[in-house]
Design a protein around this ligand. Sequence first.
Ligand code: FES
Ligand code: FE
Length: 376
Amino acid sequence: MSTAYTNIRPALDASEAMTLPQQYYTDPAHFQREMEAIHFDMWLCAGRTNQIPNAGDYFTRRVANASVIIVRDEQGGIRAFHNVCRHRGTQLCKQESGSFSGSIQCGYHAWTYKLDGGLLRAPHMEKVEGFCEADYPLNHVAAEVWDGHIFINLSAHPIPFSEHLAGLDQKFRPWRMEELQMVERRVYHLKANWKLVIQNYSECLHCPIVHPLLQKQSHYMSGDNEPPQPTYLGGRMDLRDGVKSLTMDGNSIRCALPGLSSADERHVYYYCLLPNFFLNLHPDYMLTFTMWPKAADQTEIVCEWHFHPDEIAKPGFNPNDAIEFWDITNKQDWELSDLAQAGISSKGYQPGPYSNREELLLALDRFVLERTQGRK
Ligand code: FES
Ligand code: FE
């Protein structure tokens, strides 16, 4: 899983283009700084609208020490709240997903909230002078939807979502992602810093060495990257002649997604919308990853495979060729990320030089420095 890099760029200055010092990957204080400056400030992809089709349906997500409930409200809108009771702070939902029957009730003293977050009932508070339910709604988290993907933002003043997407909504409109349905989810637990996952995703120099199957179907030097953008890093690779999609044998009996140009039926797009969403668009399916940092050296990745409903409805529909392909490739990448973490955490680690084909990695490092220290 990685993008190629084939643009001719000016040579990097070796003295500046070095990997980050050890503490950026190991220090809990730096990790918390990153969470505040990046993950709690930017739009995060939380999941898909079709995970919560009915009023009251919800799922929860945890990023570092923040737990968030994402819920479908009575009007069909998507809302997000901190998963924290306004009485004495107890976590409201333990489950990863479920359905509220009309309201959200705290299991401790039964403070009860509407699906829009408003406080409905607060037992034992009637006699407290000056207490007013309206003063204690659930703490709101901003939520927006892009083509079926739900994004949340924990900042009190999020940048407009359209600014974050920076035109990707136009670029990927032909894939009609909202229509696609998830048929498989796999959750992976990495012993690696979240930045190592993006770095691994952003270069394919390792592909011929580590991903023989991927290399057979899509040459690591094919395609091109976009110049790094403030909110995303991305590019595409080309399928080799005769290959229809990234599957175990390079074949696919599925039709290409409706609306794709014949050129896009020959490409796979790899985009990382910073800081937690990876979007792999194949001719006949979409693969998404959402990444949830847990600690400086621990990251959870939720990987989902999405297909067109017309294909799912066909007798003989079998997504295993795509699931197996990426499960194998993912595990190869996660092992590398874990090994990178192990080496970087070791006493002998020193920052090393980037090549000219690792410019997206340098762009990520600069993004992190700029956000956490206000410098490039
Ligand atoms: Fe939630 Fe008391 S802590 S009702
Ligand atoms: Fe890879």
